[in-house]
Write a protein that binds this ligand. Sequence first.
Ligand code: ADP
Ligand code: 5GP
Length: 206
Amino acid sequence: MSQDCTAQKGAVLIISGPSGCGKSTLTKSLIESMPNVYFSISTTTRPMREGEIDGVHYHFVSKEHFLQDIHNNVFLEWAEVHTNFYGTSLKPVQQALEEDKIVLFDVDVQGHHSIKEYFGDFAKSVFITTKNKDILRERLIARQTDDFQTIEFRLIQAHNEMQHIHNFDYLIINDDITTAKEAMIAIARSLKYQQIERLSKIIQKW
Ligand code: ADP
Ligand code: 5GP
């Protein structure tokens, strides 16, 4: 059942898309451009990549720690993605919303489904992808974080993820990076105005 968000402050933006499409790049850019954006730092059992910082990109934990967090109901949602566990903690998200922030989630399509279910229409979502699979492969190779086999596996996953595209509110084809960054900012800025449906109580008072 979704939460009653009629009195809810802040806004929720979920981003999903195949690994390598540019989610982290666009998320980083949005955070730098808009001070009222709060990035929901997920917890994961995936090994840390070069350049990643614990507590900034993810909270990196052992599988035992993750299972304990599930047991303790820490997560708003969690999923197994590409053989690793990923989860979104509820408390910091609630606090950021209370502070009237735009809470940004970078999650897979399962996470998108769960967060949409939790927040209902209050949550808006954007699917990010590349023009085609070859460009995605090139980006995954250029990123140099995965071996050949992992890249091929991620491309198969990408095909599956693309089947969920119609469930999203917005779509960004991340071709030219400047255009894609501008699109992200435009979507984030629009959120406050879309939430006007929540203000039906004000209309009733008139
Ligand atoms: P994701 O977070 O979706 O897995 P990343 O943000 O890590 O993807 O991007 C994957 C790679 O593609 C990175 O090396 C990034 O610098 C590069 N990249 C992102 N957007 C573009 C773009 N529009 N054009 C070219 N390269 C890009
Ligand atoms: P990566 O390992 O490339 O950082 O992320 C792999 C996938 O896991 C991406 O699709 C990313 O969006 C997703 N992901 C990251 N954090 C979470 C989370 O907390 N929950 C869910 N469901 N997916 C997540």
